[in-house]
Design a protein around this ligand. Structure first.
Ligand SMILES: Nc1nc2c(c(=O)[nH]1)N[C@H]1C(S)=C(S)[C@@H](COP(=O)(O)OP(=O)(O)OC[C@H]3O[C@@H](n4cnc5c(=O)[nH]c(N)nc54)[C@H](O)[C@@H]3O)O[C@H]1N2
Ligand SMILES: Nc1nc2c(c(=O)[nH]1)N[C@H]1C(S)=C(S)[C@@H](COP(=O)(O)OP(=O)(O)OC[C@H]3O[C@@H](n4cnc5c(=O)[nH]c(N)nc54)[C@H](O)[C@@H]3O)O[C@H]1N2
Ligand SMILES: [Mo]
Length: 810
């Protein structure tokens, strides 16, 4: 989130599109209810289904799964052609005026530089015109045909209300009503908040869905302001912490990136991470990259990381490709993996195309699962007859189950969607043989180290020199780990203005990332967390909710970065530093300093007349409507059909799916076409269950006992399906048996002149636990992922459906 949960209470208009907060985030949804009750805010829901969120919305608009870019492209076109944008904001705080390389172009659904064989782009033309002074060129009149504003106008002109209706199946009048409500927030004193989750991410163009709404929010001047923002409603309680700490194959903590094969030495690595400002005087905060990186390396390898060995740069692996979940399972299928460690993950039920997953797991020599529950993945080799016809006798994989504690039994911090690190305490001792994850990992780490000590090996240094300063090496405590993440001084830190004055003594905790150094005298495992555990103690455990009713709660827990509650908050004031909206002041220029209720992005030295842009992480200081080379699949979002779609792409008929999306060769053949699979399927959650865990609990199993699919009354009639009757649903990859829920909440949509039916498939069942057996949508889903972040396309694929008598599924 750019903002936070409580801040949603300050909005004028909440749009839930690509999520269902009332169902999946019922606690956070209360802030929408507060905004409605206290401020008369409105709620829009755009969803293929009439959801629990829709049931309390002021306006609901249906949409065909996988077509949000066409819808939002329509909104962008509406805002631009009706002049419903916040002009001063767009001109000063976005790159609308920036001139783009004339070699950049877009036609027939492809941007310049596409290489069909590689399914990838040469992105060199997707950039600004840069002058001899090294600064990007601008046209402040926004008239130059190569400026971002004009290119954007041209790019989105195709998404007329008629085109939106044709692609999305959203009736034109409903689309226009949504566009009008959104446009009402283009004034400086009205804000909209965007609340989204998987309805946007789980597509082959998921990242671009989010980009599209980010563009809308920028045009409206809604980023950096109270009640505004792009608010990702995150999933598991600590999934924000997962990305913060770099638990993705290409990241290291704090959104630093692992070196690639093309960066064999430190200079090559740093050369693409220098980020010189692209406009005069801009902060371009990633210029501090080296300080964060060196402090990370010091935290990892202590005295073994020196200036002479480039801070142990050689210890880091050099990536050839990203190892996302899809690739890892594809490698298993190719027989290229020996073992797999599966910690707090139940991929057999939660990754796409169960048939392929089973094949991959069957080729492993060993599989380790670390989980408090007996999961389907650890029993993937079991045959459950009509539910998963697995050939157990052929499977040689040895499975080791290590029982762990669960979140309620351990201590530590959970980072919520709003970037708040909240400390929590164990409610129970882990039962039986279950152990803390940290305990298990420490044992394995210590054993590995002993092996390297004994046997040497090709390159033992990174393991042997790893910092491991815990009181009990076999059991690091959450306190020790949290303090390490915050970081400390490795030498006395002197006052930059007075070299005789010590500001942080050697060995003491640092109080913020501004104290980090690139000379090896500080360490911090995760720079964005520096400040969470200072000499004043554990800031994450703070529980003072007093905030004068601002919704910022600055004394409750601790928020990264620097306890800042709203990112880019300088954008809440105009260029002169005067708040856009006096009733929602956030950060403003008070004559001699930046003041307000949130932690400002920068200090008094940056006066408004210096026009230092609010988007301090970008070298240009402004936000990007045109993303330059950042995204793999284009600098503007554009509509692509899902890989399995009922119609051809109306705006680029020759293109199937996002041309830069993640798909492996063999998986093309596994895609189905609409003649055999005429219905659009989507998958989602129910309040009564949390993924595959809660079916192990009797009470939840009673509340939602059995796998079902939801279809419209119209489809039920066409196919002779009765309420509560059995159906078979199948895709080109598999088949499931389910009970049918026939409902008015799903309606057929008119897409390109044809009625299009939607089959809704909830996520939660399997063959373990207390609920009835039944497989979930992932027996059916395609093995395709987003171009940028590889999230699988769970939310739009094709199926067929028929009524069956109770009995085995073919
Ligand atoms: N009770 C409960 N709460 C949960 C979870 C749970 O399992 N149970 N899981 C947690 C996790 S890990 C996550 S990530 C979040 C997920 O939170 P959400 O994303 O809100 O949950 P979903 O139900 O997967 O999907 C949301 C909605 O997207 C809609 N949708 C499908 N396709 C499209 C599309 O193409 N466009 C649009 N606009 N909408 C579409 C679906 O109809 C559905 O209503 O929930 C978290 N909260
Ligand atoms: N078709 C379809 N598929 C989907 C989705 C969808 O919408 N549609 N949603 C996707 C999303 S958003 C997500 S997040 C994934 C979820 O995918 P998974 O993460 O695989 O699903 P969970 O069931 O949440 O599995 C997490 C496991 O962690 C275990 N666990 C709990 N606490 C601890 C602990 O402290 N330590 C350890 N070691 N284990 C613990 C639980 O018992 C559980 O078995 O599913 C994805 N799959
Ligand atoms: Mo999730």
């Amino acid at each position: 989130m750019t903002n936070s949960w409580a801040d949603i209470g300050w909005t004028d208009l909440a749009i839930i599109m690509g999520g269902n907060a009332a169902e999946a985030h019922p606690c956070g949804f209360k802030w929408v209810v507060e905004a409605k009750a206290n401020r008369g805010a409105k709620l829009i829901v755009v969803d293929p289904r009439y959801t629990r969120s829709a049931s309390v919305a002021d306006f609901y608009c249906p949409i065909r799964p996988g077509t949000d870019i066409a819808f939002l492209g329509g909104v962008i076109n509406y805002l631009l052609s009706n002049d419903k944008i916040q002009h001063d904001y767009v001109k000063n705080y976005t790159n609308a005026a920036y001139l783009v390389n004339p070699a950049y172009g877009f036609s027939d659904g492809l941007f310049t530089g596409y290489d069909e064989a590689k399914r990838d782009y040469d992105k060199s033309s997707w950039d600004y015109q840069v002058g001899e002074d090294g600064f990007a060129k601008l046209d402040d009149t926004l008239q130059d045909p190569n400026c971002v504003f004009q290119l954007m106008k041209k790019h989105f002109a195709i998404y007329t209300p008629e085109m939106v209706e044709r692609i999305c199946g959203s009736p034109k009048d409903k689309f226009l009503k949504v566009a009008e409500m959104i446009a009402s927030c283009s004034t400086p004193t009205k804000t909209m908040t965007s609340m989204y989750a998987l309805g946007w991410t789980q597509h082959s163009k998921g990242s671009q869905n989010i980009r599209a709404m980010a563009m809308v929010q920028l045009l409206l001047g809604n980023i950096g302001v109270r009640g505004g923002g792009m608010n990702a409603l995150r999933g598991h309680s600590n999934i924000q912490g997962l990305t913060d700490l770099g638990l993705m194959s290409n990241l290291i903590p704090g959104y630093l990136t692992l070196p690639t094969e093309k960066e064999p030495d430190f200079n090559a690595y740093m050369s693409s991470r220098g980020f010189k400002p692209l406009r005069p005087g801009q902060m371009s905060y990633w210029q501090n990259y080296k300080k964060f990186f060196v402090s990370f390396q010091k935290s990892m390898w202590g005295e073994a990381a020196t200036a002479e060995n480039n801070w142990a740069y050689d210890y880091l692996p050099k990536l050839d490709v990203t190892y996302d979940m899809l690739r890892v399972f594809d490698l298993m299928v190719q027989g290229k993996m020996t073992g797999y460690f599966c910690q707090g993950f139940n991929p057999l039920m939660t990754l796409s195309n169960r048939g392929k997953l089973t094949e991959g797991l069957s080729k492993l020599k060993w599989l380790v699962t670390m989980d408090p529950l007996d999961t389907e993945t650890s029993r993937f080799w079991e045959n459950h007859g009509e539910f998963n016809d697995v050939k157990t006798g052929d499977i040689q994989t040895e499975v080791f189950q290590l029982p762990t504690s669960c979140f309620a039994e351990d201590e530590g911090s959970l980072v919520n969607s709003g970037r708040w690190l909240q400390w929590h305490y164990p409610g129970q001792e882990p039962p039986g043989e279950a152990k803390l994850d940290t305990w298990i990992m420490a044992q394995i780490g210590q054993k590995l180290k002993a092996l390297y000590q004994k046997e040497g090996g090709a390159f033992p240094d990174p393991i042997l020199n790893l910092t491991w300063n815990y009181a009990d090496p076999n059991n690091p405590t959450p306190q020790e780990l949290a303090k390490e993440m915050n970081g400390s001084a490795l030498a006395d830190q002197m006052d930059p203005k007075d070299a005789t004055k010590v500001v942080v003594e050697k060995g003491k905790q640092l109080s913020g990332f501004a104290q980090l150094k690139d000379d090896g005298s500080t360490q911090a495992f995760c720079w964005i967390y520096t400040g969470c555990w200072t000499e004043a103690g554990n800031q994450m455990a703070r529980r003072d909710k007093e905030d004068g009713g601002t919704g910022l709660a600055p004394k409750w827990a601790w928020s990264w970065p620097a306890n800042r509650r709203i990112l880019y908050n300088r954008a809440s004031s105009d260029v002169a530093g005067k708040p856009w909206d006096d009733s929602r002041k956030l950060v403003y220029w008070a004559g001699d300093k930046w003041a307000g209720i949130d932690v400002p992005d920068y200090g008094a030295a940056f006066k408004p007349e210096q026009t230092v842009g609010p988007f301090i992480m970008n070298p240009e200081g402004v936000a990007r409507l045109f993303t330059r080379k950042m995204m793999r699949d284009g600098p503007f979002p554009t509509h692509y059909e899902p890989f399995e779609a009922p119609v051809a792409n109306a705006v680029a008929p020759k293109i199937r799916g996002n041309p830069a999306a993640r798909i492996f060769k063999g998986d093309f053949a596994a895609l189905g076409s609409s003649d055999k699979y005429p219905y659009v399927a989507t998958s989602y959650r129910l309040t009564e269950h949390f993924h595959q865990w809660t079916k192990h609990v009797w009470v939840n199993a009673v509340l939602q006992p059995e796998f079902f699919v939801e279809i419209s009354e119209e489809l039920a009639k066409e196919k002779g399906i009765t309420k509560g009757g059995w159906v078979r649903v199948w895709s080109n990859r598999g088949s499931v048996k389910a009970k049918a829920v026939v409902t008015k909440r799903i309606k057929p949509l008119m897409v390109d002149g044809k009625p299009t039916h939607i089959v809704g498939i909830p996520q939660h069942w399997g063959f373990m636990g207390a609920a009835k057996k039944g497989m979930n949508p992932n027996s059916l889903t395609p093995f395709v992922g987003d171009a940028n972040i590889e999230t699988p396309e769970y939310k739009a694929f094709l199926v067929n459906i028929e009524a069956i008598a109770s009995g085995p599924v073919a």
